[in-house]
Write a protein that binds this ligand. Structure first.
Ligand SMILES: C[S@@+](CC[C@H](N)C(=O)[O-])C[C@H]1O[C@@H](n2cnc3c(N)ncnc32)[C@H](O)[C@@H]1O
Length: 480
C-alpha cells in the first residue's frame, strides 16, 4: 500500500512500492532538445469549415498521443505557463477494460460494434504502476498552467486520496482549491443492496496556481409554496435566520431592504425569489462543492451519447470550464476520450487542446467535434500508427465520375463507416486536407454517413479517407 513520508521538510511525499518517478528528474521540454516529442498536423479542414468562416482553425487541436509526450511537446512549443484550465479524466485504477459500443442503426435495430477502447488494468498491487503512469503526466500538465490557471483531476474513491497527496507534493498544499463531489448515479441496484453506502460519487480534485480564482455559478433552488412571502412592492421573498451575520452586516442588509422583523422583533434575512413560468418560486444560490444537480450521461439526450465508455456529460464539463476559465481562454485535456471537453470548450468560446492515446477515442472525438461545428486540426504526437493503411484492404471502394467539375464521388464500404472525407489535391507529403466530410449522427434514430459527395476538382489526385468505429482508418487514392 502507498505510504506518506516526510522526506522533504514541509512538503508531503507520496511513496508507493517501486515508485519510479521523481519530480523534475528528466525534463526535456526545451525546443532544441532532440528528445522533445513533437506534434505534427495530420488533418486540416478545407474551405467548407474554418477558413471560409475566417476562424483560426488552430483554436481547436485534437492530438493523438500519450499525455506525457503531448504535454511535453506543448511545453516545448511555448505553452508552458500559458494554459488557463487543465481538466483530466484519466483511468481510475478500476482494474477493468472498457468497451466502446457503436450503434449503427438505432437501439431498435440492435446492430452494435463493440471494441476495447482502453485498458484500466494495472500490475503490482494495482496502484503502484497506476501512480507511475499518472504522476509524471500530472507533473507535465502542472508545468503548462498559467499563473491564474487551475488543474481539475476527475477520479473516484480508488485514487482521489492519492491524487491529493500527489498534487500536494507537486504544487504544495496551499494550492488546494476544492474537492468537488459529483453524484454521478442514483443509489440503485447492486450499490444499494451492498453492505456499505453506495459508491455513486466521482471526485474532482482541484488545485490552483497562486492567482487562480474560480467563479462558481448560481442555480435556482426550489422553495416550498408555504415559505414564499411578498413585500410591499409585490416582490416574492423567503427568509432565513440571521445565522452568524454580525450586527454590522445586519445594518447593511437593513439599508438594502433585506431584513425582515417578526411581530416579536426577531430578525430574519430576506432572500428575494425568482418566479418560474409555472408559478413556482426558486432562490438563486451559489453552487458549492457538492454537485447533485448534474445528471448522469444516461439521462442526457441520446444524441449526446457517443458510445464511448466512461464518457462524461456535457453539463459537467460546461460547469467546470465556465467556472474555471475566462472567455477565449485555453483549456487542455490530454485524456480526452470522446471529446466532451473539446465540445464544451468550443460552445463556451474557449480554445482547446484535447488529446488521447487511443485511435478509437480520436476517431470518436473527431466526428463529434465536426458535428458540433468546432474549428480544429487533427494532430499526432510521436510515430504514425501502424493501423493506417493506404490501400483498399478494408474493402471500401470509391467511384468518381470521369468528366466534369464539380465531380460526383460515391463510396461503397461494406463496413459501416463512422466518418469519411475527401481531399481533392492529395499529396502524401502533407496533411490530409478534408475539402468535404460526413459523420454518422448518433441518437434514437442513428443517421449514417452520406454515401455520395459533390466536390470541385483540385490540383492533384483525389483521396478518400474512411474512419471506422474500431479506430481503424483507410485511405484510398484515386489516380487522376
Ligand atoms: C475516462 S476516459 C476519458 C473520457 C472523457 N472524459 C469523455 O468524456 O469521453 C480516459 C481516457 O484516457 C485515455 N488514456 C489512457 N491512458 C492514456 C495516456 N497515457 N495518454 C493519453 N490518453 C490516455 C484513454 O484512451 C481514455 O480515452
Amino acid at each position: 500500500m502507498p505510504s506518506i513520508s516526510r522526506a522533504v521538510p514541509a512538503r508531503l511525499r507520496l511513496d508507493w512500492p517501486g515508485r519510479d518517478w521523481e519530480p523534475a528528474r528528466d525534463r526535456f521540454d526545451k525546443p532544441g532538445d532532440l528528445r522533445t516529442p513533437r506534434i505534427s498536423v495530420a488533418e486540416t479542414f478545407g474551405s467548407a469549415t474554418a477558413a471560409a468562416a475566417g476562424v483560426d482553425a488552430r483554436s481547436g487541436r485534437l492530438v493523438e498521443g500519450d499525455a506525457l509526450d503531448v504535454a511535453r511537446a506543448l511545453a516545448a512549443e511555448g505553452l508552458q505557463a500559458k494554459v488557463d484550465l487543465v481538466y483530466v479524466d484519466p483511468p481510475f485504477a478500476s482494474q477493468m477494460a472498457y468497451v466502446h459500443e457503436a450503434r449503427l442503426d438505432g437501439p431498435a435495430d440492435g446492430r452494435v460494434v463493440r471494441t476495447t477502447a482502453y485498458d484500466d488494468r494495472w500490475e503490482r498491487d494495482g496502484i503502484g504502476s497506476y501512480l507511475d503512469m499518472l504522476a509524471p503526466r500530472l507533473e507535465a500538465l502542472v508545468g503548462l498552467l498559467a499563473p491564474a490557471g487551475s488543474l481539475w483531476v476527475h477520479v473516484d474513491w480508488r485514487a482521489s486520496y492519492l491524487v491529493r497527496v500527489l498534487l500536494d507534493e507537486l504544487m504544495g498544499r496551499e494550492a488546494f482549491v476544492n474537492e468537488i463531489v459529483w453524484r454521478r448515479a442514483p443509489n440503485l441496484g447492486r450499490q444499494a443492496a451492498s453492505h456499505q453506502f453506495g459508491r455513486t460519487l466521482d471526485t474532482l480534485v482541484v488545485y490552483g496556481k497562486p492567482r487562480a480564482k474560480l467563479v462558481p455559478p448560481t442555480r435556482l433552488e426550489p422553495i416550498d409554496r408555504g415559505a414564499v412571502r411578498w413585500d410591499d412592492k409585490g416582490r416574492p421573498f423567503t427568509t432565513a435566520p440571521r445565522g452568524d451575520y454580525t450586527d454590522e452586516s445586519i445594518a447593511r442588509l437593513d439599508a438594502e431592504g433585506r431584513v425582515h422583523r417578526t411581530a416579536s422583533g426577531r430578525v430574519y434575512v430576506k432572500y428575494f425569489l425568482v418566479e418560474n413560468a409555472d408559478g413556482t418560486h426558486g432562490r438563486e444560490r451559489r453552487v458549492d462543492a457538492l454537485w447533485t444537480d448534474v445528471p448522469p450521461l444516461r439521462h442526457s439526450r441520446s444524441g449526446e451519447r457517443t458510445g464511448y465508455p466512461t464518457q462524461k456529460p456535457r453539463a459537467l464539463l460546461d460547469r467546470v470550464i465556465a467556472s474555471g476559465s475566462p472567455a477565449g481562454g485555453l483549456v487542455v485535456d490530454l485524456f480526452g476520450g470522446s471529446g466532451t471537453t473539446g465540445e464544451s470548450a468550443h460552445s463556451l468560446g474557449r480554445r482547446f487542446v484535447v488529446g488521447d492515446a487511443s485511435p478509437l477515442a480520436i476517431g470518436t472525438a473527431r466526428a463529434r467535434l465536426l458535428r458540433a461545428g468546432a474549428p480544429f486540426v487533427v494532430e499526432r504526437c510521436g510515430p504514425a500508427r501502424p493501423r493506417e493503411r493506404a490501400d483498399a484492404a478494408a474493402g471500401a471502394q470509391v467511384s468518381v465520375a470521369a468528366e466534369g467539375d464539380p465531380v460526383r464521388v460515391a463510396l461503397d464500404a461494406p463496413r459501416e463507416p463512422l466518418a469519411w472525407a475527401i481531399d481533392v489535391a492529395h499529396d502524401p507529403g502533407r496533411p490530409f486536407c478534408s475539402a468535404w466530410h460526413s459523420e454518422r449522427t448518433p441518437g434514437v434514430r442513428v443517421r449514417g454517413v452520406a454515401r455520395e459527395a459533390t466536390v470541385g476538382r483540385g490540383a492533384g489526385p483525389l483521396a478518400v479517407r474512411i474512419w471506422y468505429d474500431d479506430g481503424g482508418i483507410e485511405t484510398l487514392v484515386v489516380p487522376s
